[in-house]
Design a protein around this ligand. Structure first.
Ligand SMILES: Cc1cc2nc3c(=O)[nH]c(=O)nc-3n(C[C@H](O)[C@H](O)[C@H](O)COP(=O)(O)OP(=O)(O)OC[C@H]3O[C@@H](n4cnc5c(N)ncnc54)[C@H](O)[C@@H]3O)c2cc1C
Length: 407
């Protein structure tokens, strides 16, 4: 038997890949949410423009399908324990147990795949009505309802999710302000030039961005948010506040087991933790990255899928799948931004097509390093060219990581 803790993208992908690899053992999911696995990226995008249907009572509250977000495929071949938050992990002679209170959440397993993701960081004042984090379907339902009535929205944190919500809130007609601690939001991930371009999109859309700014307090009246006060005394009116200041990996539940933790479950390059037979994948995992020689916690859809496939094939005793370079995307102000590879610090990108001028609206294709075999690619509204270059990088990466065949 194999137990998967966390019923979402990474866990479901691992389970499906186990089946695709010929593993017939029973696979049990222990998931804290009551929903079957659903896709999170739409939650900060178009979904916020829609009215969420109420959960289908005939589906026992487990089916987010009515929202169109259900991650389809093979769910019937697994055993689901939903609405059950694991709170312990232990190893005995009969196997590895995932615990809930004094009991095993499911029977002892030969292998455990941890895929408990992360939760949004919060701030003091987050208990006021109108203050949101966005991580789950239920969070999105509550935020969508509030955004429809909002006149002044303040996003605390100018990362991807903050930028996507800002873009949606503008479409809904609200005044929007972003408060960001750094001088150029996203520069650490995108490099300074691309980050400046994304900053220019906020300006074009009429969103005010307060960079290098700290939040002092979120202030309310009668239990509801009214404004956000910055460290320098400025006051931003706010009937909706979204706190998007990063995430905390969901590891506390396993802390007493002695498993190695360091901003996530620490794993080797193949997803195995310090506890033999226990693997970690997705947003909760800090895995060894041979490309950089460091442990990295990636929080992107593509990384969750790639890590899950590696772990499933390892459990099945098969060769790992071809290696792929890190990839993610973001949808903001009608543009699709796609990024792959490792953006080198201080390197200016070459624009191969379109324009990165701040007033330009036609998008661009930009590469870092060699234009034929770049180390990283950033594309805005250039999906085909992006895919071609991404495949080139992936092929080179995989070839370089395979053992050399000797005659
Ligand atoms: C709003 C939003 C927008 C995003 N947009 C993009 C995007 O545009 N592009 C991109 O590349 N990526 C995006 N991402 C990131 C991507 O969705 C995540 O990387 C992906 O969901 C990670 O999957 P996961 O299975 O590791 O974790 P999660 O999807 O977080 O799932 C973890 C699950 O484990 C459960 N759990 C936690 N603790 C326990 C416990 N003790 N016991 C049992 N279950 C537990 C949680 O309740 C949750 O259901 C976005 C994420 C969010 C939240």
């Amino acid at each position: 038997m194999i137990t998967v803790v966390g019923a979402s993208l990474a866990g479901l992908t691992a389970a499906r890949e186990l089946r695709a690899s010929g593993v017939t053992d029973s696979i049990a999911f222990v998931g804290a949410e009551t929903w079957l696995p659903y896709d999170r990226p739409p939650l900060s995008k178009d979904v916020l423009l829609e009215s969420f249907p109420e959960p289908d009572p005939d589906a026992n509250g487990t089916d987010p399908g009515a929202t169109g977000l259900l991650l389809d495929g093979e769910v019937d071949t697994f055993d689901w324990h939903l609405g059950v938050a694991a709170d312990g992990l232990s190893v005995a002679t009969d196997g590895i147990s995932v615990r809930r209170g004094d009991h095993c959440a499911v029977g002892p397993a030969d292998a455990v795949i941890i895929a408990t993701g992360a939760r949004g960081r919060t701030l003091i004042g987050a208990d006021l009505d109108g203050v949101h984090v966005l991580r789950t379907l239920d969070d999105a339902r509550a935020l969508a309802a509030d955004l429809r009535r909002a006149r002044h929205v303040v996003l605390i944190g100018g990362g991807f999710i903050g930028a996507e919500i800002a873009s949606t809130a503008r479409l809904l007609g609200a005044e929007v302000a972003i408060v960001e601690a750094t001088e150029i939001p996203g520069a650490a991930v995108l490099g300074v030039d691309v980050a400046r371009w994304t900053l220019s999109r906020h300006a074009l859309a009429g969103v005010s961005v307060h960079t290098g700014a700290a939040v002092e307090t979120i202030d309310g009246a009668a239990g509801r948010a009214r404004s956000v006060t910055l460290g320098d005394g400025r006051i931003l009116e706010a009937d909706v506040v979204v706190v998007g200041i990063g995430s905390v990996p969901d590891t506390d539940w396993a802390a007493e087991s002695g498993i190695a933790l360091d901003d996530g479950f620490v794993t080797d390059a193949h997803g195995e933790t310090s506890m033999p037979g226990v693997f970690a994948v997705g947003d909760c995992a800090r895995s060894f990255d041979p490309a950089t020689g460091t442990h990295v916690r990636r929080q992107h859809w593509g990384s969750a899928v790639d890590q899950a496939r590696v772990v499933a094939r390892r459990i099945a005793g098969l060769e790992p799948p071809p290696r792929r370079t890190p990839y993610f995307w973001s949808d903001q102000y009608g543009h699709r931004l796609q990024i792959c590879g490792h953006i080198p610090v201080g390197v200016v990108p070459q624009v191969l097509d379109g324009s990165m001028d701040h007033g330009a609206t036609q998008g661009f294709l930009a590469v870092f390093g060699d234009r034929d075999l770049p180390t990283a690619v950033v594309a805005v509204d250039r999906p085909r060219d992006f895919l071609r270059l991404r495949k080139t990088i992936d092929r080179a990466l995989d070839a370089s990581s395979r053992p050399v065949a000797h005659a």
